[in-house]
Design a protein around this ligand. Sequence first.
Ligand SMILES: NC(=O)c1ccc[n+]([C@@H]2O[C@H](COP(=O)([O-])OP(=O)(O)OC[C@H]3O[C@@H](n4cnc5c(N)ncnc54)[C@H](O)[C@@H]3O)[C@@H](O)[C@H]2O)c1
Length: 343
Amino acid sequence: MGDSAAERIETLLSGRRRVAVVSQSGVAAVHARPLTGALDRAGIAHEMFLVGDGEEHKTLATVEDLARRFARSGLLRGDAVVALGGGLVGDVAGFAAATYHRGIDVVQVPTTLLAMVDAAIGGKTGVNLPEGKNLVGAFHQPLGVLADPAVLATLPDREFRCGLGEVAKYALLGDDVLVDLLRERCGSLLARDREVLTEVVALCAADKARIVEADEGETSGLRARLNYGHTLAHAIETVAGYALAHGEAVGVGLVFAANLAAALERVGLAEVDRHHGMVAALGLPVEAPPGLRADDLIAVMARDKKSTGDLTFVLDGPGGIETVEGADERAVRTALAAIGVDA
Ligand SMILES: NC(=O)c1ccc[n+]([C@@H]2O[C@H](COP(=O)([O-])OP(=O)(O)OC[C@H]3O[C@@H](n4cnc5c(N)ncnc54)[C@H](O)[C@@H]3O)[C@@H](O)[C@H]2O)c1
């Protein structure tokens, strides 16, 4: 966490008695000091609670452990949690805050690009079960989200690419200012130029906030737009394991979505080119990894949680980007072939 975000946290939490900072050892070692310094200056007592690194730690057991440690440290209803980390810390700490004392305030301090543009915004928190990802959770809007792109300097390349997949998504969802910025400053973004990162994060975060505000409880279908490119991405992750990082799979998924919209005659081939160009410019793959079979991907996509049983996708079309149910399987196979998947 950089100094500017630290200053804002003083204002946001001023008057609080006690704060539980939830983080991971690797993140806390490099980024906690400005935060704890700010809390010290504001006269707020604080304690660090570390959670494990890796999706296998996003469990109810971790939340129970946190809640018990909160209780032992004397954290009360009017106190607050600060989540300092990537999406995993945000989800776990957010869910612990949503349920501890039936809900205490949380401030999200995202430290990955993915968390800054996506996970920290929108109030979704939760953990995985052995039966599936994010199956237990709560909507719990943070008191604030403090994203300081300075912390992204230490993020490993693969994690940075995970965020770029979501950046491509917001651009292709129709953020023309972002499209122009990416066209002009793509090289600087990939070099993690702080000024460009600040602009990109601000635009993407505002895009997500706008969509979430319009459909906070995920009832009108608008929020489903955020899954653009994700149906195939999740299927690739399921079938190919970790051959691709999540953001890379989203890149392929966006190109697939454009090809499918074209195969269904919802958009012209120029849209396919536009998606291809955007994803490639961000250094993300535009084709599926070798060896994947269409039957396997289709079987997984038919089980997608956003689906009502048949093949459901978020696709561009004459009326804009929307959920399309009952997509013709032949068109799906054509679109899969276009991104290099074996028949
Ligand atoms: N709640 C939501 O709306 C939402 C949305 C999207 C994703 N998610 C969830 O987010 C999680 C993925 O988040 P993620 O991609 O941020 O991964 P992550 O939180 O697992 O972080 C990835 C790695 O980067 C490290 N790291 C974090 N910040 C760093 C920094 N500044 N410098 C160096 N290393 C750093 C972490 O310790 C970890 O090893 C998943 O569990 C996913 O389900 C939630």
